[in-house]
Design a protein around this ligand. Structure first.
Ligand code: NAP
Length: 312
């Protein structure tokens, strides 16, 4: 497993294990035995960053990670906080007291005295623009040794830009060949910010394994993500990604993952395998880079997709 610089003084694996899909939230159920198998196998592959959230499995994913890897000092956890599931209906909360309390609870579940990365989970631009008190509280958590770094998992480019202005150490956002301009178009102001790229397979679409009439099961977030027509159109656009195949890049999945890894701004690609086979494929197909892709291949695909209006 290759590594890359992360926050000052820290190096992490270029693939991170994201645990939303594994938690059973979002994509449908996964057994505890499979969750354990994927986490332990990821560690055996040399993955050292585990990305999670206090809400995944209502806390059970953090518990699982803590039980399996909490004592492993070579492992870093990045966990996302800021969704209050106890309030009816559930709501976003980023007030300092709530985040401090969540931080304590996540530390307990992850069996750590210090969180490696505390990420604010999908805050709004306005929250970040009015975050002086929260940023001060995060600074205190850092000074007190309760967190080593903080950041934002952003749902859009404006949120990511506001996060940079608020002074994040770490930024997480969607980055893939269909959706690359958010990450690439940000003004980093010359700052060294650790970047976690998520949704690198566009929720599985970029693997190119779905039939034209793909149906998602109830409870799978992808049911709501595309209309039937949008999904068909997206599947047709995959022909452009096929143009990236050649040499040791044998699958669309490999091309999609390498597109992300080829960007030196990215600290780690957060992969979301839901079973052992998917993990094995992703680790294998990340290849022996750099160079991850032959010169010019990604740029040609990027230009073609832009001409078709198929990427942003
Ligand atoms: N707001 C946030 O902070 C946020 C948002 C999204 C994601 N994330 C994190 O990022 C991680 C990954 O992102 P993501 O779930 O959005 O998208 P992704 O990595 O683009 O897609 C994940 C999905 O792709 C499919 N897949 C995975 N490996 C595969 C393989 N080898 N072959 C074929 N299909 C494969 C799986 O679905 P099927 O097998 O069911 O098709 C899986 O659920 C998540 O687990 C989560 O930890 C964070």
């Amino acid at each position: 497993m290759r590594t890359r610089p992360f926050t000052p003084g820290k190096v992490i694996s270029e693939l991170a294990l994201g645990t939303w899909g594994l938690s059973g939230d979002g994509y449908g159920p996964v057994s505890e035995a499979v969750q354990d198998e994927v986490i332990q196998r990821a560690r055996a592959y040399g993955i050292t960053l585990y990305e999670t959230a206090d809400v995944y499995g209502k806390g059970s994913m953090e518990q699982r990670l803590g039980k399996l890897l909490g004592a492993d000092t070579a492992v870093s956890f990045a966990t996302k906080l800021g969704t209050d599931l106890k309030s009816m209906p559930a709501r976003k909360r980023f007030d300092p007291e709530y985040i401090q309390q969540c931080c304590r609870e996540s530390c307990e579940r992850l069996q750590r005295s210090c969180l490696d990365v505390l990420l604010l989970h999908n805050p709004a631009v306005q929250t970040l623009e009015q975050s002086a008190e929260l940023v001060a509280a995060l600074g205190e958590l850092k000074a007190g040794g309760k967190i080593a770094a903080w950041g934002v998992s952003a749902g859009s480019a404006p949120v990511a830009q506001a996060a940079l202005a608020a002074g994040v150490d770490v930024l997480e956002l969607a980055y893939n060949i269909f959706c690359h301009s958010d990450l690439e178009g940000l003004d980093y102001g010359g700052r060294q910010v650790a970047l976690l790229a998520r949704s690198v397979l566009s929720y599985g679409l970029l693997c190119g394994q779905w039939p034209d009439n793909k149906i998602f099961a109830a409870g799978d977030h992808r049911q709501e993500r595309w209309t039937t027509e949008q999904l068909r159109s997206r599947l047709r656009q995959l022909s452009v990604v096929s143009g990236m195949l050649g040499g040791e890049v044998l699958t669309l999945r490999s091309a999609a993952l390498r597109f992300v890894l080829a960007n030196p701004l990215v600290s780690s690609a957060v992969i979301g395998p839901r079973n052992r086979v998917q993990l094995d494929q992703l680790v294998r197909e990340a290849g022996n880079g750099p160079d991850y892709l032959p010169s010019g291949v990604a740029q040609r695909a990027r230009e073609q997709l832009a001409r078709m209006g198929a990427s942003k």
